[in-house]
Design a protein around this ligand. Sequence first.
Ligand code: FE
Ligand code: FE
Length: 214
Amino acid sequence: MSALREAFLDELKDLLDAELQLLKALPKMAEAAQNDGLRVAFQEHGGQTANQIKRLGQVFAAFEEPVRGKKCKGMKGLVEEAQELIEEDEGDAALIAAAQKAEHYEIAAYGTLMSWAIALGQDNVTQLLRETLEEEKATDKKLTVIAQTVVNTHDSLRDAEPKEAPTPRRKPKSRPSDSQTRKRRSTKRPSATRGKTKSGKAPRSKRLRSGKRK
Ligand code: FE
Ligand code: FE
């Protein structure tokens, strides 16, 4: 049990740092967002994240441990990637992808801590972690919905050619008749060409020969 408690506290410190990193990154992501809904979602999640950090403080208190973070390399990498996307002006779709990666990272971390809190018999801590976990999942779902809007309207895709996608979709609809006629033609063509070569070339040579002879 003491090993699990130690693992829990290590993970808790890591998660606190992850949340603090995301708290700093979210305003930058909100500023970079073109879509109004996305900007608001980032802003709202910034507020939620601040509250989640407070909850983590309560978890530390429940374990009678000082509130202390430990550098979270995972979130550092995810935030750096998001920063690169912003600098390269990759657009909203890319921004959402980066945000969802961060949310999934948090969902994994909170899910693990919640399981461990249950195992440690920490009911109050379990409830605190569950509240945050549900917020992270809701945020992830919200981002998925926004992503669908953003991608469909091509707001976010840099160098996007809106007419490129619909064209291949339309073709299959008109293809059945086209392909049917093509098949009919293609089946007719070989027999027609066969007929021409057989009935065309041979008689010509015979005619030429017979013509030369004459
Ligand atoms: Fe969070
Ligand atoms: Fe989050």
